[in-house]
Design a protein around this ligand. Sequence first.
Ligand SMILES: *Cc1c(COP(=O)(O)O)cnc(C)c1O
Length: 434
Amino acid sequence: MKYYNLKDSSEKVDFAAATIKGQGKEKGLFFPDHIPHFEQEFINNLSQYSDHEIAYRCMKDFTSSEIPPEILQEIVQETISFEIPLKKISDRISILELFHGPTLAFKDIGARFMSRCLSYFLKDQHQNVTVLVATSGDTGGAVAHGFYNLPGIDVVILYPKSRVSPVQEKQLTALGGNISALEVNGSFDDCQDLVKQAFSDMEINKSLFLTSANSINVARWLPQQIYYLLALKQWQQSESSDPVIAVPSGNFGNICAGLLAHFRGLPAEHFIAACNQNDPVPDYLQTQDFKPRKSVSTLSNAMDVGDPSNFVRILELFGHQFTLLQKKISGFSIDDSQTMETITEVYNKYGYMLEPHSAVAFASLNLYLQKNQDKKGFILGTAHPVKFPDAVEKSTAIQVEIPESLRALMKKEKKTVEINSDFEELKRFLLHKN
Ligand SMILES: *Cc1c(COP(=O)(O)O)cnc(C)c1O
């Protein structure tokens, strides 16, 4: 498989180069040069395949000969090493729980797959590789755990001091080993600026082999298709119609992976882009006019994105045909008060505890199903309620139970280096960290 740059299709790279580079010239995203189809027999009989076999078949065309079969088998086994159950909430709405991984959010899946691919591609490097990443919360933890203890790789994570939740902070800072956490006196945007400066600094690049673990990396984006197949495998056991799939969306990588799987033959009645008040895509689906904007803060903060990077991949997938796109995807924008109401209602009615991101998806799917009485569907549960205890406890008046894995983590000590939002301080750290 080759991947071309969406900003300049003459730039074509293989999977290894796309993984190591992350993005192409002019910050263009890479996109597969053809869409490999699933065999009908495979899709009709998912229950006869193990989860690992499904994951392997899903990914093999994208990594082609660059990752040998036995290595890819190992990688998918380490990626899908926790349960991903599809649970019924109500008669017509189920939830795919993607939050049983090490950092309790769906980003674990992409981060684990990518880290192992990168580690494989760089195994013959004699120099250590430094993964440099800025985070507003969830990405950092997933990357830290995904890369923890991988030989030949150091990770440096920048996060804004006092602006991540206590659980998120522990997930970033308590591992130690090859993971360093820099606590920046500044905002997430400051962190991102510092990282960008480091990537263009000659002196740093001369002494360190820097790479990113950005969410637009194909090795993080593509494996997200796997769990749509795992959902369908479970769906087929009790339902005969195709599901409506609602995805809590921010940067639109997750839903775009589901759409890609659909183009490859995964049956889905319809997709729902569930957004908070950051809603340029739902607007676009109404008006055909895409207007990126500054993001606003909401309860579902991992979706506070005003200019979603993966939107261009969705357009490409649909061949820029608006009518096709509009037929397959509906967009909804759910505000914070509707989010809180949904958490309360779903808990009172069904005894199921949602967190804000999944609640946005539930509310969206519910609105869609009210107008489409003969349909059923599921939402993607992207995070565990314990990651957002304030909103959940306020809505339900119930304390969120802390999973065992997290209790151990919360007892660990936070290890960080504090820096100001000053590039010279970051540079000094990077050049002298070893
Ligand atoms: C990152 C994130 C999202 C948004 O996913 P995208 O792929 O960026 O659309 C939704 N929910 C949670 C909990 C997240 O961490």
